[in-house]
Design a protein around this ligand. Sequence first.
Ligand code: TRP
Length: 335
Amino acid sequence: MEKQRVLTGITTTGTPHLGNYVGAIRPAIAASEDEATESFFFLADYHALIKCSDPQLIRQSSKEIAATWLALGLNPEKAVFYRQSDIHEIPELTWVLCCNAAKGLMNRAHAYKAAVQANEEAGEDADYAITMGLFNYPVLMAADILMFNAHKVPVGRDQIQHLEMARDIAQRFNHNFEEIFTLPEAVIGEDVAILQGVDGRKMSKSYNNTIPLFLPEKALRKAINKIKTNLLEPGQPKNPDDSTVFQVWAAFASPRETARMRREFENGIAWGEAKKQLFELINSELAGPRETYTRLMEDPGHIESVLLRGADRAREHSARVMQRVRAAVGIAALR
Ligand code: TRP
């Protein structure tokens, strides 16, 4: 049977946080152990250029994200782990797909529409400060996915529309030229937690409420102590279901330990005590990977060689696909 191909990318514009770990990286690494799947994970550094013009930040983030996946146990011999910008066929395919993507479809992309709306509300020209990069974002993403004939693409809800666009673009190409592309499907992790941040909203870089994944121990303890709670005293019963401390606990603990903590809440555990236990739980899961992470961050040459080897493996696919695409559209040698 043909293996299910799973592919996902992370934009290299930030430091991985607990929410990325619980919601995306941990389940992706677990899934990559399954013999029935073939995983492709990559650093979306060309996507980073769309929202970040700080070269230093992009370099740093690429290093941190790569070190994170490796420190958490991704096996780069099993999964194909690479950097988007090492795969020259991706921007090449992006252009061909641009010539097959309806502009009207791209006009409807959420990120672009939101930028236009913000301009209109501010009384600016509709396209003020909007780049072609932002406008073409869904096409570059379609190229990432279609290049490797991915079946399943694990993403957050905000990316569902991009997957629909990738399918639409693939269908048009297949219809107009040749059946080259697999129609990909978005996979939304229903059973993985959307972690709450220290302020109780979804943990997200844009809310500035994250806890970075590999904070040193002391800083991690401090960050956990900052999680918002209410004023209930020790001994007063607390509602686990409206508590961020409990919600984060449940994302890390076994079902049994979660049930125990639920009882502790009902019995009025002190907030300080609950946070202390939460710190210990998270720290025990992350202490080992954190050590590996620190070591990797000091050895960028090793990370680089892993990425280059991943790029070689990825290009075995992309070079072949791109050759077929070129031939299909009429870009070919004359002899
Ligand atoms: N746009 C995605 C995000 O911001 C990242 C990404 C780029 C991606 N290319 C991809 C995700 C291809 C899945 C597949 O989350």
